[in-house]
Design a protein around this ligand. Sequence first.
Ligand code: PBG
Length: 341
Amino acid sequence: TVTATPHTPAQAAGLAQFPVARPRRLRRTASLRRMVAGTRLHPAELVLPMFVKEGIAEPQPVGSMPGVVQHTRDSLRKAAHEAAEAGVGGLILFGVPEHKDARGSGADDPEGIVQVALRELAADLGDALVLMSDTCLDEYTDHGHCGLLTEDGEVDNDATLERYASAAVAQAAAGSQVIAPSGMMDGQVAAIRAGLDAAGFEQTPILAYSAKYASAFYGPFRDAAECAPQFGDRSAYQQDPAGPVGEALREVRLDLAEGADAVMVKPALAYLDILRQVRDLVEVPVAAYQVSGEYAMVEAAAANGWIDRDRVIMESLVAIRRAGADLILTYWATEVARRLS
Ligand code: PBG
């Protein structure tokens, strides 16, 4: 009898069929990897957060967020057009008013900066992308908290609800197509839903920041929106990062019961476990916010030559998508949308 000549070292070693399972087979070529990729990003799923500041003549760079600016109304329109051209799904607008007061009057003033900017964007952009607005008071209050204060300096939940409803109506009237309440007051979605409905905006959806943590990753945003609390912090209304996981799921369930059309988890990368659990819990679209600190860390490390910026950006977005986000709010939206198309 003739013995077959061994073809491979494994066969020669008497391990003819080893290893049978070779996961590497599907990784060998770029076309194979592309074909079997389970997670894909699309520009339409990206939402660009933008800041518009009242009373400035030139866009102002945000020191802790290289590449991000506080826009003038003109530069905002231009950047919004660029986002739409790149195929970005939507933008979410934050206002930086010239004057602040205890009740955050700029939030619902029809001549407040966000309302003025929304009217201009709506007239300019038509249906090229979705116009959303962050609904909160912190950008508008002189004390920097997300709600009205009691005499003892606590955030007064129920008194704040009326302000949120009024701000949401002002934003919808100015052309906001999605209201995104971020203040973490109990009952805020119900109050806003009732306010919108009573004002004839029953078709305006609510994207609720449902599971929003009291996060140090918001640091740079406070430069961008000029809204650092003047005393204390937001731990009495935003969630504790170490809090029970069930708290996030409960917040999501409550928001849905109150009429939320979509829910959000924020921040993103440090909360992918929460994102996955929320995704498994609900049928509505789930958004994740890749926040200012996540952006700043990558930009800072890249500026030092310590990481490959573009690859880290894409990897982080893929991770957020894979964990279950249908929508991703990211300051890189326009750049990434261009790269994808
Ligand atoms: C509140 C709001 C904040 C962010 C979005 N909406 C700040 C906060 O809660 O302290 C943070 C976004 C970011 O860090 O990119 N209006």
